[in-house]
Design a protein around this ligand. Structure first.
Ligand code: MBD
Ligand code: FE
Length: 282
């Protein structure tokens, strides 16, 4: 036997009271949003006949997520981050802000305050025994194609085991995190190591949620970017290294066709030696 009480005056009045509708203080937008959120959840409990046991197990899961600061990790897995980007894309399209590299999600692993360099930076600390050297070079251009000198390029990525400094205690501070200011031609170069894909920690609360949906928590190998310059819109994006089995099966839904880039293996021993000696390379 099931009961449905959501539409009763008692429940509807109760929702207004909880959301502070009869109180003078507080914030009007907070009241409206909380009222809608609780209404939707109360209705869900009614519609699905959610049991007290199910409700308290959800509370326990939320506590575990919060206790391990994993709301920010589950969020892209539940598509919120990408949905916010889809909305931002629509806002840009409406304002006729078109062209340029597409945005994609920031993710939960950015850390401010990375070392800053002009034109070139070495990003890795040389401590990853499986780290294979990667040269990363690019040019910041405005939507008309004009190079932007002095643009800030913030780059962060995982190591050969898919771990990020600050979150992976085995890595040194700011390993694989740098801010590079573009040169007179708008160019930047980084020497780093090839990142591996990221996987949500096995058994973590985020993993429990994904498993309950029959989903995995894997991301393809990727490199995060913030690009900023005075007078220009900030860009948050990533590139994906082509050929990863998870390129089109990213648990965080961040892949975009234009952001999948091939990596070319440098075989020429002379060029390898020259790069080792000279660092940046015109
Ligand atoms: C990551 O490295 C990441 O970029 C996202 C979006 C989620 C988890 C780990
Ligand atoms: Fe990432």
């Amino acid at each position: 036997m099931t009961v449905k009480i959501f539409d009763t005056p008692d429940v509807q009045d109760f929702l207004k009271t909880i959301a502070g509708f009869d109180q003078a203080g507080g914030n009007e937008r907070a009241k409206q949003i909380m009222h809608r959120l609780l209404s939707d959840l109360f209705k869900l409990i009614d519609d699905f006949d959610v049991t007290p046991e199910e409700y308290w197990s959800a509370v326990s899961l939320l506590n575990a997520l919060g206790g391990q600061t994993q709301f920010g990790l589950l969020s892209p897995g539940l598509g919120f981050d990408h949905f916010l980007d889809m909305r931002q894309d629509a806002i840009d399209a409406e304002a006729k802000r078109t062209g340029g590299t597409p945005r994609t999600i920031e993710g939960p692993l950015y850390v401010a305050g990375a070392p800053e360099a002009e034109g070139f930076a070495r990003m890795d600390d040389g401590q990853d025994p499986d780290g294979e050297t990667m040269w990363l070079t690019g040019q910041v251009r405005d939507v008309d194609g004009t190079p932007v000198a002095g643009a800030k390029v913030e780059i962060w990525h995982a190591n050969s085991r898919g771990g990020y400094s600050f979150f992976d205690p085995t890595q040194s501070e700011y390993n694989l995190r740098r801010t590079i200011v573009t040169d007179a031609d708008g160019r930047y170069t980084a020497r780093s190591i090839i990142p591996s894909g990221y996987g949500v920690p096995e058994g973590a609360p985020t993993d429990v949620v994904l498993k309950s949906l029959g989903r995995h928590g894997e991301r393809p190998a990727h490199i995060h970017y913030f690009i900023s310059a005075p007078g220009h819109q900030h860009l948050t994006t990533q590139i994906n290294l082509a050929g990863d089995p998870y390129t089109w099966d990213d648990f965080a839904f961040a892949t975009r066709e234009e952001l999948v880039v091939p990596a070319n293996r440098i075989e020429d021993q002379g060029e390898i030696a020259r790069r080792e000696l000279d660092g940046p390379f015109a």
